[in-house]
Write a new protein. Structure first.
Lengths: 191, 199
């Protein structure tokens, strides 16, 4: 075995790792006659021992305790936000269901207009459009139908939509923007 | 027949804070030590542990048990976070050119003086030199030597073949020895030990 071969297996030799049959014997035969390679193996053994000492010393190293506290606080906040979001979606779904009931039961007027075009006709009498979270992202460029409905003021609250003081009636009029797929995308109130 | 118990990560996803605590206590020490020995900076290591676990809290669906253990996932996050802060990895190509594959750098003939140092100083000296290794070599030394993980575990964590881990470790150790023998701090410590200045 040559010095170069010893260098290629020095890690295995210094850590007493298993070698192929016969290879260890050949390495030992070389080492017995080569001072330089013996020193090389000894250097690697010394390094391995020091790394093992470093590993033992590290066994007690832990992150600062305050990190766990901060993470727990972040987790609680995340859970709180998640619960609020879930509630908001549930409320929106309930609102959309209520709208559907009114659409069926209260007689609606329907126009084939997008919300932005419609707003030019009645800008002084309506609120802005509020997206309905349960129906996905709302885009003013979406095509669809505008449907005027009447609904109880409490439905606006359920939807999480603020209503103006002057609207303050028990029953509100509103324009619901329905996408081409028939899903309510947004709502605005008429006063 | 009893229903299988939900895993810790499933419990955490459903809002169980005790599950998060258990995951953190189980996984964070190794993640922190990895970040610490890779960066050499306790503040950076703390920040990285925090960021890795925050990512798990905010996006638990990012961990897919079918693709590996949670510890491997957290190590992957930690490596990505560290990568942005480490410059050593950029030197890999330079090192590869300097020491082509299959031709590890020659080690010094002896570390007698180094061995004469007391344990704490040797450990300190090795830790300092580990920090000067290029990132890919540092990773295998930290995982295989400082965390005493098997080649197979290290390979899974780093997404490498076992043979690659083995050859990197070979080269990393040879580099470590060379750097130790050239390290100014080590020479100073050696001189102190020879003149009786060492503890």
């Amino acid at each position: 075995m040559s010095c170069s071969e010893i260098r290629s297996i020095v890690v295995e030799l210094s850590h007493d790792e298993p070698l192929e049959v016969g290879r260890l014997e050949r390495a030992q035969a070389h080492l017995s006659g080569c001072e330089q390679c013996r020193r090389l193996v000894a250097s690697h053994r010394a390094l391995g021992a020091t790394l093992a000492d470093a590993s033992c010393a590290d066994a007690w190293v832990s992150p600062p305790a305050e990190i766990e506290q901060q993470l727990s606080a972040a987790f609680r906040e995340q859970a709180r936000l998640h619960a609020r979001t879930s509630w908001s979606w549930a409320a929106s779904l309930a609102g959309v269901a209520a709208l559907a009931v009114f659409l069926i039961g209260s007689g609606v007027s329907e126009r084939q207009l997008g919300p932005s075009a419609e707003s030019q006709q009645a800008v002084a009498r309506v609120t802005e459009f509020y997206p309905l979270a349960a129906s996905g992202p709302y885009d003013v460029l979406d095509r669809g139908r505008l449907v005027r409905v009447r609904l109880p003021a409490s439905a606006a609250f359920d939807l999480g939509i603020p209503t103006r003081a002057e609207v303050g009636a028990a029953v509100l009029e509103a324009d619901v923007f329905l996408g081409d797929d028939g899903v309510a995308r947004a709502i605005r109130f008429v006063y | 027949m009893a229903r299988p118990q939900p895993s810790l990560i499933e419990r955490m996803r459903s809002g169980d804070s005790a599950a998060l605590s258990e995951i953190y206590r189980r996984e964070s020490p190794a993640v922190y030590r990895f970040a610490l020995r890779m960066s050499g900076d306790p503040d950076i290591a703390s920040e990285i542990v925090q960021e890795a676990f925050l990512a798990l809290i905010r996006r638990p669906e990012g961990f897919d048990p079918a693709r590996g253990a949670l510890s491997s996932y957290l190590f992957g996050s930690t490596r990505n976070l560290l990568r942005g802060r480490m410059r050593g990895a950029a030197r890999t190509e330079e090192i590869e050119a300097e020491y082509p594959e299959g031709d590890p750098p020659e080690s010094p003939e002896t570390l007698d003086a180094f061995e004469a140092l007391d344990r704490d100083r040797r450990v300190e000296g090795v830790r300092e030199v580990v920090l000067t290794l290029p990132g890919p070599y540092r990773e295998v030394v930290v995982l295989c030597d400082l965390q005493e993980r098997s080649y197979a575990e290290t390979a899974e964590m780093l997404g490498l073949a076992v043979g690659t881990v083995r050859s990197r470790l070979h080269r990393a150790r040879a580099l470590l020895l060379r750097k130790l023998s050239q390290s100014g701090a080590w020479k100073e410590m050696t001189l102190q030990s020879q003149t009786g200045g060492a503890r």
